[in-house]
Structures are given as structure tokens and as C-alpha cells.
Design a binder for this molecule. Structure first.
Ligand code: SF4
Length: 253
């Protein structure tokens, strides 16, 4: 996660790391490739599981990405937040936990752990929201938030309008195309951000694109959170609103 003056989330928790979507603008892959390394052996298939952290044989230091950006379940991280004070946790900021390649059992183990620590809010984000359909029939506690990434009008869409009890959000980050009309009925929160980094074909959104989203959210009375990557385009102050369920003391609300 990139740092903002007000962080979108209090913490990130990465029991699963790695993703096969292959987005060109992916910062997580760059981090994993930069700080990761190749674990010797056990290269069968394209998903991995680790029951304990992997240490480099040369210096004994922990390598957080031994398989670089290949999907890896770091099962030993499951209990990282069990004992901690309540906070808003972005689950799997370095992965897509709902990617089609992720075994159901990994998701179940993450959900089971969330249930053991109900003091937190858990925010999930995917580029494959179709996979959420399966969970719509299950009871999901109100501290679990299900988000999907949408970079333009033709991107992922998800309709939770008939499942009011499930908390949802859209992450429009990076904003790559203008939305003529934004479908946000039944959504509880919208996050907007611009592409960061120095990619050759980097897209810098126009202010009008952002205004259109803001107007749509205002009409529907949906809170908006602008990432600091919009500062140069939008100016100060950025709109940084949280749904009431996610307002902690740190935000002074
Ligand atoms: S979905 Fe997210 S983690 Fe996966 S490649 Fe795209 S930007 Fe990276």
C-alpha cells in the first residue's frame, strides 16, 4: 500500500501473496521481484504454501517473497492480528485472494481467522468479483467488506443490490478511463486513485473524469476516498471520507 496523509486502511495483512492477473501497472509485483528471490526446488505448478517463513541460506534473513510474485500461502502469518486492537485491515494487498487460481481452502482459512478476531474490520479487494457470487449465499459478518477494482466503465462489475447486509466498496485505482455513468447502486464506499510510478504508457486522469465520479457518488450519497495520487490533479483538500462503520478514533470522527 502506498502511504497517504490519512491512510485508507490502518494495516495490511498478507497471508497470501502473489497474483497472476498480470496488470501492467502493478506495484506489488515490482516489490515482490525487487525484494524476493527464488527458493530452491519445489517448483511444481504455480501456487505455493509455506508453513513457516523462509530464510535465505546465505545470511539467515527472512525472504518475504521466496517465489517472487507466484501465488503463495504464507500460512504462518494467519495469526498476525488475532491479539491486536481493532483496526481496518486491508487483506492481501499483495495478492488477489479471489483470483481463479486460489484454492477454496486458502480463502476458508483466511475467513476462519477473521472470525477468530472480530474486533477488526477486514477489507478484501479483487479483480475477479465473480468469485464473490459464491459467498453471497453465506452469512458474512458486517465487519467484512468486499471490494472490487474497476479501472474504467467496462471493467469488473458486481451487483450486491439484493444483498444489503454485505458491505461493499469499489476501488477505482488506477483510474484509466472516464466513466460516462458509474454503476454504484448498493455500494457502501468508493476509493479513487491515479496510476503511480513511471511506466512508459502511464495514464494521468483528467480532472473531469474525477468530477464525474464525485458527482455520481454525491447523488447516491456514497462516501468517497481520494488517494494522495490525485493531489496534483484535484488539489487540496482531497475528499477523504470513510463509511461510518470504518471511522476509527484515529480519524477523529
Ligand atoms: S490484480 Fe492487483 S496484485 Fe494482481 S497484477 Fe493486478 S494490480 Fe497486481
Amino acid at each position: 500500500m502506498l502511504k497517504t496523509k490519512i491512510s485508507t486502511f490502518d494495516s495490511t495483512w498478507n497471508p497470501v501473496v502473489g497474483c497472476l492477473h498480470g496488470c501492467e501497472y502493478c506495484y506489488a509485483r515490482k516489490i515482490a521481484q525487487r525484494f524476493g528471490g527464488v527458493k530452491i526446488g519445489n517448483f511444481n505448478g504455480n501456487i505455493y504454501e509455506l508453513d513457516e517463513s523462509y530464510r535465505r541460506s546465505l545470511d539467515g534473513k527472512i525472504n518475504p517473497y521466496p517465489y517472487e510474485f507466484m501465488p503463495t500461502f504464507h500460512r504462518y502469518r494467519l495469526n498476525d492480528y488475532i491479539e491486536k486492537k481493532g483496526r481496518n485491515i486491508f487483506v492481501c494487498s499483495m495478492a488477489d485472494l479471489f483470483g481463479s487460481w486460489v484454492p477454496e481452502s486458502w480463502i476458508d482459512e483466511v475467513f476462519d481467522t477473521c472470525e477468530k478476531a472480530p474486533q477488526h474490520n477486514y477489507l478484501f479487494l479483487t479483480k475477479n468479483p465473480k468469485r464473490y457470487e459464491k459467498i453471497l449465499d453465506r452469512y458474512m459478518p458486517p465487519n467484512m467488506w468486499f471490494g472490487w477494482s474497476q479501472t474504467g466503465p467496462m471493467g469488473n462489475k458486481c451487483d450486491f443490490t439484493t444483498h444489503h447486509s454485505i458491505k461493499t466498496f469499489i476501488s477505482i485505482e488506477p483510474l484509466l478511463e472516464p466513466f460516462k455513468e458509474i454503476h454504484i447502486r448498493g455500494v457502501d464506499w468508493v476509493i479513487i486513485g491515479a496510476e503511480t510510478g513511471r511506466r512508459k504508457d502511464k495514464v494521468v486522469p483528467e480532472r473531469k473524469w474525477i468530477e464525474d465520479i464525485v458527482n455520481g457518488c454525491r447523488k447516491a450519497e456514497i462516501p468517497i476516498f481520494m488517494k494522495s495520487s490525485l493531489t496534483d490533479i484535484w488539489g487540496e483538500p482531497l475528499i477523504q471520507e470513510f463509511p461510518k462503520e470504518l471511522r476509527g478514533e484515529k480519524h477523529g470522527k
